[in-house]
Structure formats: structure tokens, C-alpha cells
Design a protein around this ligand. Structure first.
Ligand code: HEC
Length: 162
């Protein structure tokens, strides 16, 4: 009787040990996945800003050419970059300020819907001022955005298709 009990007890100990081995193995896997995750490439805040800069410039020429479809597209591209900032740079104090850009973007969208060139121009001006207000707020007032004089790329036609 005593022997059987001892035997059963040691069986239990062995399976307990196997359990700890399994747990350790899983923990090791989690650790290595965590390392992989932190080392995964993610675009920096400045990379997204570069993208926003390009779309901001193209948006202007789309608007000046009353190419409302292209203007609408550029607004959406900008919004995508803004959403990416919110997702990939969560919790940064800069990211908490990004919302200030939404009202002028809404106003530009309205101008595009109404095909209203005057409202487009005034909203674009407000948008550009908001870009700079945020750069000031993050103590990067040396990054000054302005209305572009020339299209950012000579290989894109901004005129609407006939
Ligand atoms: C959240 C506030 C915020 C708003 C709004 C904002 N920016 Fe920025 N911007 C930043 C920050 C922060 C950086 C610096 C990023 C870094 O650390 O690399 C930056 C950097 C930049 C740069 C510098 C990139 C370079 O390499 O020279 C440009 C250009 C730029 N922003 C354009 C814009 C434009 C255009 C808008 C408006 C359509 C805008 N930004 C709106 C916060 C903002």
C-alpha cells in the first residue's frame, strides 16, 4: 500500500516537472517573439511627416487645377498617414496633438465636396497654419510649412482629365 502511494506520488512529481519544462519552453518562445516584435521595422514619426508633406503639396495643385477627384484622394492619403501615426506612435505627446489637424482637413473636404475654390484656398491656409502651430507646440518651430510654389513632382499632371 505504502509502496503504491510512493509510486503514485513520484509519477505525479515527474508530470509536474514535465509541466514546468513546457511552461519554460512557452515562456522562451514568448520572449523570442517579443524581441522579434521590438526589432520589426516601423516607420518613424518623421517618415509619416514626409509623406504628409508630399500630399500637402499635391493637394494644393489639385485644388488650384480644380481637380476635385485628385484633391479628395490627397486628403485621404493624408488621413491615412495621420491614422498610422495614431497607431504606430501611440502614447507620444506629439501624437496626442495630432487631432488639431482634423478641423482644417474637414473644412477642405467640405470645399472639395462643394467644388468651392475660395473655401478650398482659405481652408488650405488654415491647414498650413495648423501644421506650423503643431511644430511650434513640439518645439520644432524651425520646421516651417508653406503653400508650395511649384508642384512637388514634374511627372504628375494635376489637371483634371477631360
Ligand atoms: C502632432 C503635431 C504635428 C502636426 C499637426 C504636423 N506635424 Fe509635421 N512634424 C511633427 C513632428 C513631431 C515632427 C518631427 C518628426 C521627427 O521627430 O522626425 C514633424 C516633422 C515634419 C516635417 C519634417 C520632415 C523633414 O524631414 O524635414 C515636415 C516637412 C512636416 N512635419 C510637415 C507637416 C505638414 C505639411 C503638416 C500639416 C499638413 C504637419 N507637418 C503637421 C508634428 C506635427
Amino acid at each position: 500500500m505504502k509502496k503504491t502511494l510512493l509510486f503514485l506520488l513520484s509519477l505525479g512529481l515527474v508530470s509536474c516537472n514535465q509541466q514546468t519544462d513546457k511552461t519554460k519552453e512557452l515562456q522562451d518562445q514568448i520572449n523570442s517573439l517579443e524581441i522579434k516584435l521590438t526589432n520589426t521595422y516601423k516607420p518613424g514619426f518623421g517618415d509619416f511627416m514626409g509623406s504628409i508633406q508630399a500630399h500637402h503639396a499635391k493637394l494644393w495643385f489639385a485644388g488650384q487645377n480644380e481637380n476635385w477627384d485628385l484633391a479628395d484622394f490627397e486628403v485621404h492619403e493624408m488621413m491615412e498617414a495621420i491614422e498610422d501615426i495614431e497607431e504606430y506612435h501611440k502614447g507620444r505627446k506629439e501624437t496626442e496633438l495630432i487631432g488639431m489637424i482634423l478641423p482644417p482637413i474637414d473644412s477642405i473636404s467640405k470645399a472639395i465636396d462643394q467644388k468651392n475654390a475660395a473655401l478650398f484656398n482659405s481652408s488650405y491656409n488654415t491647414l498650413t497654419n495648423t501644421c506650423n502651430a503643431c511644430h511650434k507646440a513640439v518645439e520644432m518651430e524651425f520646421i516651417v510649412v508653406k503653400t508650395p510654389d511649384t508642384p512637388p513632382s514634374s511627372n504628375q499632371d494635376f489637371k483634371p482629365i477631360k
